[in-house]
Design a protein around this ligand. Structure first.
Ligand code: WQD
Length: 336
């Protein structure tokens, strides 16, 4: 049985769907700190399958132990954690406490129940600012530009040290690039609280008339049109990457393995705006503003290791990403 922590969040819910579609038995643990209970029904609707759910904070060791006591868990996929970059700069202690304590408690409980396989959601931002693009897994990780990203960097190290100390422990570090899009059913997707920090949810809310104008953070970068370039990946492709990683982990020796989950293609902010407008027949009102502190000009993945070793490759393109984002956002913001 697979434990999915943070399984009602954006990436967790899409991964839960793919696991259930594969016939895996899963348990979801979430405390809805940044998600809603309706997501559980949506996952059931999409897959037609049942699964166990616990409303538990992974920092609550006693409750988490109960989950392990009541279920035979052999692997964990850990999505639980705070992830807002801006908030992490304002409240570093909250971020370090929650994200680091969460993984430590989880590892303690896993050890207690002899569960020694974990897939961890890491981020491309651990490559820092100095590595050449495209990023390759063997590049040195570097000091990050915000506490959120630093929690990911520290947790990668915690997991590496755990594998050094316990020769039976298996860890998959998955470094995500920029996940966007939604399930094609439109039943699950990204629905951030408050004003979105990330580009795609912001665009979707402008298109839906919920927000007025998109701020494009700088057009004087050394990129082809001056705006920031990122490797956007469809969240369903990302979710399928976890299925492949899980299969691979089951057949692997102990130790840490690291994979980029990206497409290998970079799109600029203006590419995304233009494609979104075309695909959805909407108009995105935008203006060019100052650069956002901490942003870097351009990065994308070398995604060849995952293809070679996991047999995984993103198959959904930017048109699918825009269409599916809009399909979800339209339902969400225009029907209520
Ligand atoms: C993309 C591009 C912006 C908003 C961050 C985290 C990463 C992951 C995803 C996870 C950049 C530009 C954005 C806007 C804009 N976090 N932009 N106007 O910064 O690459 O990655 O989010 O949970 O770990 O670091 O993603 O979507 O914020 O920005 O012009 O209103 O869009 O400058 O070039 P980013 P993003």
């Amino acid at each position: 049985m697979v434990l999915v922590t943070g399984g009602t969040g954006y990436i967790g819910s899409h991964t839960a769907v793919e696991l259930l579609k594969q016939g895996e038995e899963i348990v979801i643990v979430d405390n809805f700190s940044n998600s809603k209970p309706e997501v559980l029904d949506a996952i059931k609707d999409i897959t037609g399958r049942e699964f166990k759910f616990y409303n538990v904070d992974i920092l609550d060791k006693q409750s988490l132990s109960k989950v392990f006591k009541e279920n035979k868990i052999d692997s964990v996929i850990n999505f639980a954690g705070f992830k807002a970059v801006g908030e992490s700069v304002k409240e570093p202690i909250k971020y370090y406490y929650n994200n680091i304590t969460g993984i430590l408690v989880l590892l303690q409980v896993m050890r207690e129940f002899d569960c020694k396989s974990i897939i961890f959601s890491s981020t491309a931002t651990v490559y820092g600012e100095k590595n050449p693009i495209p990023y390759k897994e063997e590049y040195p990780v570097a000091i990050t530009t915000n506490p959120y990203a630093t929690t990911k960097l520290f947790i990668e190290q915690i997991l590496k040290d755990t594998c050094i100390a316990d020769k039976n422990f298996k860890v998959m570090l998955l470094r995500y690039f920029n996940p966007i899009g939604a399930h094609e059913s439109g039943k699950i997707g990204e629905d951030p609280n408050g004003i979105p920090n990330n580009l795609m949810p912001y665009i979707a809310q402008v298109a839906a008339g919920k927000l007025k104008t998109l701020n494009v953070f700088g057009n004087d970068y050394e990129t082809r049109d001056g705006t920031g370039v990122r490797d956007y990946i469809h969240v369903v492709d990302l979710a399928i990457g976890h299925i492949k990683a899980l299969e691979h982990m089951k057949n692997s020796n102990a130790g840490v393995q690291t994979y980029n989950l990206g497409t290998g293609i970079g799109y600029s902010v203006l590419d995304i705006i233009n494609t979104f407008e075309k695909v959805t027949a909407t108009k995105i009102d935008y203006k060019i503003t100052e650069r956002r502190p901490g942003d870097i000009a351009e990065f994308y993945a070398d995604a060849s290791k995952a293809e070679r070793e996991l047999g995984w490759k993103a198959t959904r393109g930017i048109i699918d990403m825009c269409r599916d984002t809009w399909n979800f956002a339209k339902n969400k913001y225009m029907n209520n």
